[in-house]
Design a protein around this ligand. Structure first.
Ligand code: NAI
Ligand code: MG
Length: 394
């Protein structure tokens, strides 16, 4: 395989602690790559009025593959206040660099695996019929449409007259006719047929490759008839190309209930942006939470791999760092899979599994401790130590 160039974007806070650990692991499995640094995050909003500078977009455009840590975003008042004085009042507007990156490169397919590692004290357990504790093996991949739905950003408080008039052509708007403009907020849930097809097909391909017999469409087509209905009808159509794989139509609310009862029954789940966000966080909570939740954002040309956690600002100043790098390391494994380096990805996952199963080296979250500088006294490993343990197992 030709040498790759990876755009490494640590971002803010603990992103700076976990990303270098993932690169160490990639080097340890001899992944043939070089890494170029990409600026992203709050620092660049403050200094340049842009959290995702054009030079970083150019790097991604050129090299196609990004590894990303996490960014910090802050409420509106702080956004203005922390902008450098010379940029204030010049019309700079803060946009989330992640959302911008997803939209700019049309990274429409988000994959979030939720796989339990045996021996992880954070795994989901339940009481079985005979009163014993039962720990099912969870292995689900959530396919979340990443660019549309309620996150498309088409929304208003006090919608302009033309918008309100257009909405009022719908009979159901009668119920809101008397509401004053400033008391009315509208956020649009937008689905397109092409995007539905792409996310559904990605899920079916995954099911086929991995031998799963069903794909769950996790929407709400009985109530949200147009958007969820489009996703479901496209899924039923696409299913015809995949003999032996059936479509399960599971409403999002029911899904959240089922995952607290029988999460092991679900392997491939597809949802729009909002429901996909919810169901993937729910599943992540069953397999170790934020320290284990990895993800891929995949478009036609560019793909970016990132842990789902944020920058955890309350821990960013702790040295050594206390946070769990596993979510970032597993995100790097998804990058290897994407690049066809599946054997290397599997090797790393096995090493992570071995460290988790051994239980000798654990970060504070795996010990259910409250984060802070005291965790080391209580036996927690730091970010580098657990990475060292993973590398030792390779
Ligand atoms: P967060 O994910 O940064 O942290 C929540 C809590 O989860 C932390 O305080 C910590 O207790 C725990 N945690 C997170 N990552 C961990 C790890 N690797 N190991 C161990 N424990 C970990 O979410 P929060 O506090 O809501 O947001 C903090 C900042 O991050 C905000 O500015 C937010 O906008 C941003 N954010 C960025 C995301 C991204 O870059 N993709 C995603 C979510 C939030
Ligand atoms: Mg989320």
């Amino acid at each position: 395989m030709a040498k790759r160039t990876i755009v490494a974007m640590p971002g803010d806070g603990i992103g700076k602690a976990v990303l270098p650990e993932a690169v160490r692991v990639l080097r340890a499995v001899d992944f043939d790559a070089e890494y170029v640094h990409g600026d992203i995050g709050w620092e660049f909003w403050c200094k340049e009025g842009n959290a995702l500078p054009q030079r970083t977009i150019d790097l991604l455009e050129k090299h196609k593959i990004g590894l990303f840590g996490a960014i910090t975003s802050k409420p509106k008042d702080k956004t203005e206040a922390e902008l450098s004085p010379e940029l204030k009042g010049k019309g700079f507007v803060y946009y989330s660099p992640i959302v911008t990156m997803r939209q700019h490169f049309d990274l429409d397919i988000c994959m979030r695996p939720c796989v339990s590692f045996p021996g992880n004290p954070l795994n989901f357990v339940r009481r079985s019929r005979n009163g014993q504790i039962d720990e099912p093996k969870i292995n689900a991949m959530i396919f979340r449409q990443n660019t549309e739905c309620l996150y498309a950003g088409v929304e208003w408080t006090n919608p302009p007259k033309a918008v309100r008039d257009a909405f009022e052509t719908h009979p159901k708007m009668k119920a809101f006719k008397q509401v004053a403009g400033e008391d009315l907020a509208i956020s649009c849930r937008i689905f397109t047929r092409n995007a539905c097809r792409r996310i559904v097909r990605a899920a079916f391909d995954y099911a086929k490759t991995n031998g799963f017999k069903a794909v769950s469409i996790c929407e709400k087509p009985n109530v949200v008839r147009e958007t969820s209905g489009m996703m479901l009808s496209e899924a039923k159509q696409i299913a015809k190309d995949y003999p032996g794989i059936s479509v399960w139509d599971t409403n999002i609310d029911a899904m959240m209930m089922w995952l607290t009862k029988n999460p092991e029954d679900y392997h491939v789940i597809v949802a729009g942006n909002l429901f996909g966000d919810i169901v993937s966080d729910g599943f992540a909570g069953l397999v170790g939470g934020l320290g284990f939740a990895c993800s891929a954002n995949v478009g036609r040309e560019v793909a970016v791999f990132e842990p789902t956690h944020g920058s955890a600002p309350k821990y960013e100043k702790l040295t050594p760092s206390i946070v769990n790098p596993i979510a970032m390391i597993l995100s790097a494994c998804m990058m290897l899979d994407h690049l066809g380096e599946n054997a290397k990805a599997e090797k790393i996952r096995s090493a992570v599994a071995a460290v988790v199963a051994d239980g000798k080296v654990r970060t504070y979250d795996m010990m259910r401790l409250t984060g802070g500088p005291d965790v080391f006294k209580l036996g927690a490993a730091n970010t580098t130590q657990i990475t060292d343990a993973i590398i030792a197992k390779l």
